[in-house]
Design a protein around this ligand. Structure first.
Ligand SMILES: [Zn+2]
Length: 229
């Protein structure tokens, strides 16, 4: 499974259909296309194409339903590069990834601003490739877990090399957080942030192992249930 993939709808190299076919070839069960939406950072989906994006992915979902489950996601750059006030409520989107939350290196807005936004967007929301130990490590971890659970904000385990330090993916540098997450209703997903390398379509193995190591199976099931169609 892979719930973080970019296509030609934003800054990815391949069309959704090429990605879907490749995923089937590599025996991936579930994928999400999660293109960038309305950010100045990179090529991204403008609001006027949102309906076409959803229609395109729904067509593929139907066409390939025997072989793979296709989810419709978007990635939001949670920073001044995005006009937050103009975000819709995304009723047709299965889930939203928010990148750079509380990430000062990328001018990310703090988590409390996401809690504000959460009041009017009721789709599943996850923090994408967040370096949690750097961005939240100095605070009260239990308070953070309580907030994530109360506002139903999930965590993505991202295997992309861009999100590693000292050779480890960010999630592997913060065991104390994930060990305490298992007992809470906080959704967890896995993704590789694929843009141009088809190899990365089936590259979430380490994140799936981590789910087992940290006993996060129920958190992962919770995510799957939330995005069910
Ligand atoms: Zn991404």
């Amino acid at each position: 499974m892979n719930f973080h993939i970019h296509s030609t709808w934003s800054d990815g190299t391949y069309t959704p259909e090429v990605i879907v076919k490749e995923a089937i070839k590599r025996k991936v069960d579930k994928i999400a296309i999660t293109d960038h939406y309305l950010t100045k950072k990179t090529a991204s989906l403008p609001p006027k194409y949102l309906k076409m994006y959803v229609a395109d992915l729904l067509t593929l979902r139907k066409k390939y339903s025997k072989d793979i489950d296709i989810y419709i996601g978007l990635e939001i750059d949670f920073s001044p590069r995005t006009e937050l006030d103009s975000l819709p409520n995304f009723e047709d989107i299965d889930f939203l990834l928010f990148e750079y939350v509380q990430d000062e290196l990328w001018d990310g807005y703090p988590l409390w601003r996401l809690l504000e936004l959460r009041k009017r967007i009721d789709r599943p929301i996850l923090l994408a490739h967040n370096d949690l130990s750097r961005n939240f490590g100095s605070g009260d971890l239990n308070a953070l877990l309580r907030v994530l659970e109360a506002d139903n904000i999930g965590i993505e385990l991202n295997t992309n090399l861009n999100y590693t330090k000292l050779g480890l993916p960010y999630y592997r540098t913060f065991d104390e957080f994930f060990k305490n997450m298992a007992s809470r209703d906080i959704p967890v997903s896995v993704g590789s942030d694929m843009h141009d390398s088809l190899e990365l379509i089936a590259d979430t193995g380490d994140a799936l192992s981590f789910i087992q190591e940290m006993h996060l199976e129920n958190n992962f099931k919770l995510f799957l249930k939330e995005v069910e169609f």
